[in-house]
Design a protein around this ligand. Structure first.
Ligand SMILES: [Ca+2]
Ligand SMILES: [Ca+2]
Ligand SMILES: [Ca+2]
Ligand SMILES: [Ca+2]
Length: 386
């Protein structure tokens, strides 16, 4: 009995030791492309934006929309703005985060400075200001103070606000900014086109003239990408025509198709040679795809039966909103080293981690019971033999 018991006791201790090692939460570095979940709260996290190692998003855990940030270097999440009204759709550049803010009873544009922890009202006009973006010292947004929609900008260094668009749009444009270039789409010609404003030259340029719709532009250096329905042969359900993804090079003045698949492609973003977008070819709820201009290849970033939307890319880091957990969370796909808690990165590991204490108790019980039963049977046998 004592020998058997000793053996089982030793095995039990080993099992407990190794299981604790397996379940230990900590951080890990990965060299190859991998997917990470970066928000875990049961409320919704939405509309991510990324700069270097900082991912910002809107978060409803406090009962109204707030602005939160996850730092991929420290592995820590931080609440940036938790004012009691809605703060939404953040955009980030270095230590500046801009967002739409409802604290004054109508939508305004605010800025949160990560270095100072201070907020600054950028535009509090009583009309609607929406879709704030930031690059360098320039904050830009769409504004309906004229009754129609215009693009405005505010220069943090000169503290001056100017109207950017030469003409107004009937419906809400979307916009983006990189360097001295602000891009947006508007319907001044009764179809959607892409426009560009050069801040340095104080001049507006029309980028697309096609009679179909070009929408949702994004810009990186001299390249602009957008969703384009010029190839739609007939309107599909709800008059939404399938979009493709196109790219325009400001230097060469050439336009090229990035994806002309028959299904809907939308929400594109660009960084370096990589273009990302939402693709409906295999899932009407949306998957994330990427095109690499350096190898002319289309790659799948995330393909699941649930919804993946609003991808943003910075270097080799792609973030998006994902409802695979029954609520919206932020996910990341990267081949760079990031600091994300390991215990949640693998479904099986997550499950094991959740039940680690139950598992340890079961191991201990087995270790106690097996020699006990073995001993009992042996005693019974001895009794019978006698
Ligand atoms: Ca809030
Ligand atoms: Ca306002
Ligand atoms: Ca057009
Ligand atoms: Ca999907």
């Amino acid at each position: 009995m004592s020998k058997t018991y000793l053996l089982f006791a030793t095995l039990t201790l080993c099992a407990v030791y190794f299981s604790c090692d397996i379940f230990s939460s900590g951080s890990i570095s990965h060299d190859s492309w991998q997917e990470y979940q970066i928000t875990f709260d049961n409320a919704d996290q939405f509309a991510p934006s990324i700069w270097e190692d900082k991912v910002v998003y809107m978060d409803e855990r406090n009962g109204n929309w707030d602005i939160y940030m996850f730092n991929l270097s420290t592995g820590k999440e931080k609440a940036l703005v938790t004012e009691a009204h809605h703060q939404s759709y953040p955009d980030i550049y270095e230590d500046k985060v801009v967002y739409a803010d409802m604290r004054n009873g109508n939508s305004d544009i605010y800025l949160y400075n990560l270095s100072t922890g201070m907020e600054k009202a950028i535009c509090t006009n009583p009309a609607t200001q929406w879709r704030g973006h930031v690059y360098g010292d320039v904050v830009t947004w769409i504004d309906n103070r004229s009754g129609r929609w215009d693009v405005y900008m505010y220069d943090l260094s000169t503290e001056k606000e100017i109207k950017v668009s030469a003409n107004s749009s009937n419906y809400k444009p979307s916009l983006d900014i990189y360097g001295n270039n602000i891009v947006w789409c508007d319907d001044r010609n009764d179809n959607w086109d892409i426009y560009l404003y050069d801040i340095g030259g104080d001049e507006e340029y029309q980028i697309t003239t096609d009679k179909f719709d070009q929408t949702c532009p994004a810009i990186f250096e001299d390249k602009i990408v957008w969703a384009d329905n010029r190839n739609a042969t007939q309107p599909i359900m709800s008059n939404v025509m399938p979009d493709d993804i196109y790219l325009y090079d400001i230097n060469t003045k050439k336009e090229i198709p990035i994806c002309e698949n028959d299904e809907h492609q939308l929400f594109s973003d660009i960084y370096g040679n990589k273009v990302v977008w939402v693709d409906q070819r295999n899932d009407p709820l949306g998957d994330i795809y990427m095109y690499d201009l350096s190898i002319n290849e289309t790659l799948t970033v995330c393909e699941r039966t649930t919804s993946q939307l609003t991808p943003k890319i910075y270097a080799n880091k792609i973030v998006w909103q994902d409802n695979r957990n029954g609520n919206w969370d932020i996910y990341l796909y990267t081949n760079e080293t990031v600091n994300v808690p390991i215990q949640n990165q693998n479904d099986i590991q997550e499950l094991l981690s959740q039940y680690r204490y139950v598992l340890v108790i079961v191991i201990v019980m087995v270790a106690v019971l097996v020699p006990f039963v073995y001993y009992k049977i042996k005693m019974e046998k001895l009794k019978h033999e006698k």
